[in-house]
Write a protein that binds this ligand. Structure first.
Ligand SMILES: [Zn+2]
Length: 153
C-alpha cells in the first residue's frame, strides 16, 4: 500500500482508501448526526402542530411523527455502521472482510466505504441478521450487536 502510487492503471482517486477513508467516515458521521438532529427537530414540530389542532391535525401529526422516527432509526443504524467502520480502520482491519479475512475489492469500498464484509459474506450475514433481529430485543444488525467482541482479534 503506497499512498499516491498511481501505477497499475486503476481509476485515479483523490482520496484512496488508505488516505481518505477516515476523513470520509468522519464526515459521514458528522453528516448523519446533523440529519438526526434535524429530524428530531421535525418530530418536536410535528408534536406541537398536533397539540394545537383538532383530531385531524393530530392524526396527521402522529403519522408524520411515526415516519420521522422510522427515518431517525434508519439514520442511527447508518451512523452505527460508520462508527463501526471507523473502529476497524483504527485497528488496521479496514478493507478486509471481517468474516473470511479476504481483501474487499476496491470498487466495492469505493461505492460503499462503510462495508465490513465481502459480497459473499454480506449476503450470508444479512440472512442470519434478519433471523437474529427477530429474537434480539435491540434489533441491531449482527455486526453491531457483536461489536464488543472485536478486541479479541
Ligand atoms: Zn468474506
Amino acid at each position: 500500500m503506497k499512498p499516491g502510487d498511481k501505477s497499475g492503471g486503476s481509476t485515479p482517486r483523490p482520496d484512496g482508501p488508505e488516505n481518505g477513508v477516515q476523513h470520509w467516515l468522519l464526515n459521514e458521521e458528522a453528516r448523519l448526526l446533523g440529519q438526526i438532529e434535524e429530524l428530531r427537530g421535525n418530530v418536536r414540530a410535528a408534536k406541537e402542530a398536533g397539540e394545537i389542532g383538532d383530531e385531524e391535525d393530530l392524526a396527521l401529526a402522529l403519522a408524520e411523527e411515526e415516519e420521522l422516527i422510522r427515518k431517525i432509526l434508519k439514520k442511527r443504524g447508518d451512523l452505527a455502521q460508520v462508527r463501526y467502520s471507523l473502529t476497524r480502520f483504527h485497528e488496521g482491519e479496514y478493507g478486509f472482510c471481517e468474516d473470511c479475512g479476504e481483501e474487499i475489492p476496491a470498487r466495492r469500498l469505493e461505492l460503499m466505504p462503510w462495508v465490513t464484509r465481502c459480497v459473499n459474506c454480506q449476503a450470508g450475514s444479512e440472512q442470519a441478521a434478519r433471523k437474529r433481529a427477530c429474537n434480539e430485543k435491540f434489533g441491531l444488525p449482527w455486526t453491531l450487536a457483536h461489536a464488543d467482541h472485536i478486541e479479541e482479534e
